[in-house]
Design a protein around this ligand. Structure first.
Ligand code: ZN
Length: 232
């Protein structure tokens, strides 16, 4: 009787976790990192992750002495720490240099179609998409490529798209010293496209509009620029 009840509770908990994963629910704009996240060096992490990747492949029955497979655990471990999840490390954060808006440009600046590669934190599968950013300067401007770098920094983490959108906007607001920042992300989640519901065509759009961009006309102007089909 007692054991039965325990099993029921366990099933409830595991169902809940699965549901939440499929729903891609997130309530906080901070990446949920532990306080000891960087006690270990990158090299130490690579050694530990290598062993775990090896264990996964071995559990699946793969022959790790095969020439094609023997380098995989180390390759994946390096990729996780240095590339795929490299944006977890505060040292990788792009330097926040701004310039004076000496040409007195007073309209919105839009940078659209910024390529985005991230990883869904519920399935560890890729999120591939485009980010579109806009801001109205209140005295300082930022180098254009810095906007790409900020997108990339926050994308290189286990992510949910809602949090990624907020993190990009919050960072730009802080660097530029203004609330007048907006971001729209349109992305494909391979956990939706290539497994589970297997919907190849669907993509997910998220947006965050700060300050002036809550004004209907400003929002419309930004969204119209994104729609421009620029050919060069
Ligand atoms: Zn997912």
């Amino acid at each position: 009787m007692h054991l039965n009840r325990l099993m029921k509770i366990e099933k409830l908990i595991s169902n809940n976790i699965t549901d939440r994963g499929e729903d891609h629910f997130s309530s906080n704009s901070q990446t949920p990192l532990r306080s000891d996240a960087f006690d270990q060096s990158d090299d130490e992490k690579i050694i530990i992750i290598k062993e775990h990747v090896l264990a996964i492949l071995e559990t699946l029955g793969m022959d790790l002495t095969d020439d094609s497979l023997k380098g995989t655990p180390l390759r994946v471990a390096k990729m996780y720490v240095k590339e795929t999840f490299g944006g977890l490390h505060p040292d990788q954060k792009p330097k926040a240099s701004t310039f004076k808006n000496s040409y007195k440009y007073g309209q919105m600046l839009v940078e659209k179609n910024i390529t985005l590669y991230s990883t869904c934190e519920h399935h560890l599968l890729p999120i591939v998409g485009r980010a579109h950013l806009a801001y109205v300067s209140n005295g300082s401007v930022i180098g254009l490529s810095k906007m790409n770098r900020i997108v990339d920094y926050f994308a290189k983490r286990p992510q949910v798209q809602e949090r990624l959108t907020l993190q990009i906007v919050n960072e730009l607001q802080q660097i530029l010293g203004t609330q007048d920042v907006a971001c729209v992300i349109d992305a494909k989640h391979l956990c939706v496209n290539s497994r589970g519901i297997n919907d190849v065509a669907s993509s997910t759009v998220t947006s965050e509009f700060g300050g002036l961009f809550n004004n209907k006309e400003k929002k419309r102007e930004f969204l119209d620029y994104i729609k421009l089909d620029t050919k060069f």
